[in-house]
Design a protein around this ligand. Structure first.
Ligand SMILES: [Zn+2]
Length: 268
């Protein structure tokens, strides 16, 4: 689906030589309808080891007067694809491999994104589910009649090759097009590189830096793309001075929380 995720996935070298990662699974739109099988495309991962800098020219990350960019737009309406604000964003957390003490940092980041988007995030607790780059939006483990909750998973580059090298996180969501013809995100995942983030945690201003990475990835989760402005949290490269959403980020987060209230998002 257009330049969104794939282009944004160009890898980003951080000044700290770690990479904030990019979008992950935004191409998984599935169509409603009894004759249509639920299928989700394999997520487009970042391209670790790629060039430094932001996304490819001409992508959605080109200078945006709004101060933010979105990963995907609805093919019918041209509006950003978002989570439906009248449904909670349910999430589970896989903590194995997490550095000590980061559970609170993740919770803080979720709270910030919830406040800045207006979306409701519902913590459904820990999970043993391991991250999978081809994770589908509907999983038997969570029942046939519900979308899988968002998975926030601590992992490493041995398990998730796209986290190899300097990439510290990947995130994205999967859209579903209900019978109303509107696409909304219904599930997604955030993968955090435990060893890399453990190193950051032990460095200067570690907690704020790790929280900033989680905030950046949650920004992707709710639909934000990278921007070219280094003063924004959604800038592709790490800027240790930016640990909270800045003006463009805030505008983007507000926009991702202001999508249509789509009621018809039951699983097919
Ligand atoms: Zn990113």
């Amino acid at each position: 689906m257009s330049p969104a995720c794939g282009a944004a996935a160009a890898v980003l070298a951080l000044t700290s030589s770690l990479v904030l990662g990019g979008c992950f699974a935004t191409t998984g739109s599935v169509e409603a309808g009894p004759a249509t099988t639920l299928t989700t495309s394999a997520p487009a991962a970042d391209a670790p080891g790629g060039t430094t800098g932001d996304a490819a020219p001409g992508s959605a990350t080109s200078t945006d007067p709004a101060g933010y960019a979105v990963l995907e737009t609805d093919e019918t309406t041209g509006a950003p694809i978002t989570y439906s604000p009248c449904r909670p964003v349910r999430y589970v957390t896989h903590l194995t491999g997490a550095p000590d003490g980061v559970e609170e940092l993740v919770q803080q980041a979720v709270n910030v994104i919830a406040a800045d988007t207006g979306l409701t995030f519902t913590d459904e607790g820990p999970t043993d589910e391991v991250p999978d780059p081809e994770r589908e939006a509907q999983l038997a483990a969570y029942g046939d009649d519900a979308w899988a909750p968002v998975l926030i998973a601590w992992t490493d580059d041995a398990a998730i090759p796209d986290l190899a090298g300097d990439t510290v996180g990947l995130a994205g969501s999967q859209a579903y097009t209900g019978s109303e013809g509107r696409s909304s995100y219904v599930s997604g995942d955030v993968m955090l590189d435990g060893p890399d983030l453990s190193d950051i945690l032990e460095g200067p201003d570690g907690e704020a830096q790790v929280r900033a990475v989680v905030l950046h990835e949650l920004g992707h989760l709710v639909g934000l793309d990278h921007v070219d402005d280094p003063t924004q949290l959604m800038f592709a490269e790490d800027n240790p001075e930016v640990t909270e959403p800045a003006a463009g980020d805030l505008a983007g987060l507000a926009a991702t929380g202001a999508g249509p209230c789509v009621e018809d998002l039951a699983t097919p």
